[in-house]
Design a protein around this ligand. Structure first.
Ligand code: 5GP
Ligand code: ZN
Length: 111
């Protein structure tokens, strides 16, 4: 989608440090990391919110979770990790293209 930073990254128009990609998702490093490992898992298909999900997109999201779990050692997440999906203004969602934050590399504070 036009003017979407993640669509531009996946189109190669904005550089990123990609650590995994296939025909339906990309994992790249967050430009402003808040943990030693801070990655974003992004579906190639543009949609913003979980309430836009249907069964097909739900299956895609499931495969994203499976892929993250399969790659955890390779991504430097051996000690555990946190997944976050910010939804809407109150959560501070700034990019309107659904994405999973992957946080790890240290003991993460909670609350
Ligand atoms: P949100 O606040 O929407 O949940 O998360 C958006 C994330 O995208 C932020 O953590 C922000 O640092 C990251 N981000 C925004 N623009 C870029 C960019 O151009 N490249 C990369 N790698 N990350 C970005
Ligand atoms: Zn997009």
């Amino acid at each position: 989608m036009e003017n979407c930073v993640f669509c531009k990254i996946m189109a190669g128009e904005i550089p990123s440090q990609t650590v995994y990609e296939d025909d339906e998702m990309v994992i790249f490093r967050d430009a402003a990391p808040i943990a030693p490992v801070h990655l974003l898992c992004v579906p190639r298909e543009h949609f913003a919110h979980l309430d836009e999900m249907d069964d097909r997109r739900a299956a895609l999201l499931g495969r994203m979770f499976l892929k993250i779990a399969a790659l955890q050692n390779q991504l430097g997440l051996e000690g555990g990790y946190r997944l976050v999906i910010n939804q809407g203004e109150n959560a501070g969602q700034t990019v309107q293209h659904l994405h999973i934050h992957i946080l790890g590399g240290k003991t993460l504070p909670w609350g």
